[in-house]
Design a protein around this ligand. Sequence first.
Ligand code: SF4
Ligand code: SF4
Length: 708
Amino acid sequence: MALRIIIGLGLTVIAFALAARRLWFLYRLGRTGQPAPERIAALRERPGRGASAELSEVVGQRKLFQWSVPGAAHAATFWGFLVLLLTIIEAYGALFSRRFAIPVIGHWAVIGFIEDLFAVAVLAGLVTFAVIRLRSDPARQGRASRFSGSHTRAAWIVLGMIFGVIATLLIYRGAQINTGVFPYQHGAFASEVVAGWLAPLGTGANSAMETTFILAQLAVVLAFLVVVVNSKHLHIMLAPLNVLFSRRPNGLRGLQPMRSNGKVLDFEEADPDTDIFGVGKVEDLSWKALLDLGTCTECGRCQSQCPAWVTGKPLSPKMLILDLRDHALAKAPYLLATSDEERAALPDAVRAEAGRPLVGTAANHGVIDLDVLWSCTNCGACVHECPVDIEHLDHISGMRRNQVLIESEFPSEASVMLKNLENKGDPWGMGGAKRLDWTEGLDFEVPVVDGKLDADVEWLFWVGCAGALEDRAKKTTRAVAELLHTAGVKFAVLGGGESCTGDPARRMGNEFVFAMLAQANIETLNEAGVRKIVASCPHCFNTLANEYPQFGGTYEVMHHTQVLARLVADGKLKPITPIEEKVTYHDPCFLGRHNKVYTPPREIMEQVPGIQSQEMHRCKERGFCCGAGGSRMWMEERIGKRINEERIDEALGTDPDTISTGCPFCLVMLGDAVSAKQNSGEAKQSLEVVDVAQLLVRSVGRPGTEQG
Ligand code: SF4
Ligand code: SF4
């Protein structure tokens, strides 16, 4: 007995010392991050949100269940480990007394049953994980495997260790049953089966196995603890923290304002010597961003849904996080050194790592390649998928901001767009005088705000640059205006007083131009007394609703499909003319995934007689990007398959007569892809891409409204 106490406690002391050393190192590394007081403040202001996130995402495993089979396997393993903490108490107790039982509940048959039930559940989870990993082996599947780029060997070792935990548990419990010291008379069904297998070995052998496997169980659990803090399984400890401090409802919708030293950066007062402009080195990451890096489970869910990765581009959101993490860990001794002498004495490899640019090219050993950084469409699929609430978009926008504002390094073709925004207020540089051209030929007058909004005007119709200036998008604008007019809704537009919301600049990383445009627009809107805005562009909608409040512009903002769906439901718009067509709807990322507007466009189409709606496989939360977001609209797509063509290939699988959407940029991107397919004979000539509003206006029946 004394020997097993010495071995058990000795192993415990060694393992806890190793784990504590590693955790102390990680804690000190985390403390090198920039302050993020907004995360603490958000939690203080709404502690209930943090608690409910912990309950639903950590305890309830909500996001893991977005993938049902692996989600169920993970939940079984996670819940199993919580329950099996009881068995670890029992194993420690058994070191001191063979007949140890947990006080009060330690002899309840139901406890023995639950422990065994979850032990078996964990085994089932392990088998499922093993099958999933074998079926998605990156060695066979290459890029198509979500584990491509993950540390797969370490994952197999951990699966083996978890198997070891369960196997040693069941063996020592079986032996305990045979030696008569097991605390539960009934209920522990799996342990009883193992006891049946071990019984023929006799009491002496069972007694030896009881001691051996209690120690083996503790050894495996303690080794697991050490492996956890040194591997991707650190997420077991960090995920609850990351979930607690993540943005709510998630890291989508608006981008965060630029912060320096924990404060929102004011460009007028910024000091280039002391302020931080985005993320130019790993030291510029906040502690929350560092926490993200340590929490990644390498599950590859984000990667599998990323339109850039799926179409052959070098960006994988998973590998972006892992590359940042590996760099932060390799540079850690340099970050933690307290003097120049200490830094100079570091091994060459550490100093070389410290000298790598965070963003660069293969030639200068950049941690994140420029092509990786600029491939992102900001579609948000990675953030939506991530089971541990990693905020990839914050990382990408931080690095883009530094590249644009400090390094002046970005795809050159986008520079014209940025100049046009700065000088003319729209990406095409057409200027305010053209912003009302879309109204020509309408059989009613569109009121234009002149200073103050008239008291009887309910909605400010935010037309957007594409809606005002791009020929295909103008058809949507005319349809929306026509429908609002038909329904008797009082609305007005800003005309030449409207400028770009600044979304393309912000998504590029040019926070300076974004702030300039946002402040000017907010001034105009506030002076006009605007309270309610209907926007026909999801990017404008997202920026007005979620980013303008950061600059003091707070309005009730709706997308046109939301307003039109309500008008149809209220009987103010009556779709009558049948449209006998098969229509498949493409969810714009900034309407759907970012802002959860999935139902209104579909409700509108349901009300149009004759339309047969067909969903694409990737729809709603899993919708696939058109390729225009994240300012990609203004950059060449030189690597891999074009994202819009990938999307159209999927749409063609539903054999549609029409592809509908709710975004002018999707309209353009998908329209271009359809034209390409028509030219190559892969799509029928009659196939067209239209906005849902165009379908509705055809059915509501005011002909001649789409000829913009
Ligand atoms: S936002 Fe979209 S494109 Fe960008 S990394 Fe995430 S999934 Fe990929
Ligand atoms: S970032 Fe999230 S979704 Fe992507 S691999 Fe890591 S844990 Fe999985």
